[in-house]
Design a protein. Sequence first.
Length: 271
Amino acid sequence: MSDQINIAVKGLVRFSYPAQGGFALSDKGLDVVEATLYDTDRLERRFAYFETLALPSLLLQDDQDFQTGILVGDTFPDAARARLDALVADHPSLHVIKLPSMNHIQAVKASFDALPQAADATHVATFRLDDDDAMHKGTVGRVRALATGILPLRLHDDPFCIAFNRGFYLDTSDREQPLRECYERAPLGVGMALVTGLDTGQNVFSRNHRAISQFYDTFTEVNRPMFIRSVHEDNDSGAAPTGRARDWKEKRLRHYLRNEFGLDYDTVRAL
């Protein structure tokens, strides 16, 4: 069966998209949500995280055979849209997707459907990455390898999840030790992928990432740090680790960030 498997890998980054529902401020109305998301200072901070963490981690993937959508609202400020377009202009696998405000699940599905897909694909692996986080350079390749290896072992065709529950938390309020390694008890969303057959209508956002193993068979890896999860003033939901943590020596951190994420330690700390 493995000779017949061809995984189409698709990612989605939501960039200040004003979805209907899902925000702490959602019940205050769309005008309040947009005013909060599009605040000039907040957008500048989001670009700083995106340009430092999320974008480099997409561009530095060892396996570049994937497509990623960057979802924005149709009311996204013109200057911000021009800046985003410029950042992805030379990268044909990155696509800015503009949608009106709608239900979050509908918007996510429409975004994944808008991404190119090889005609000979047998399965789809949809992954998620927030605009303020980073994933290890081997994430896409690992998702593809695991999916290809797991599929022949399955007893049914239901979707299954691949996740990584070891990585770094970047707490920008901690000036002494902002980067700390954490081993999560539950799957984390950074780089998480849902593997499905074609046209199932399901994707990695179909369930809350913390509870996804209650709904799908889930394979998680804990053998090496695979993500950087940022914690800062603009987090809409709780961003606290759920498992044990430990500190690394600076020299080791510098080496790992440079070689496994392509990131400069001082630049990350400056966030």
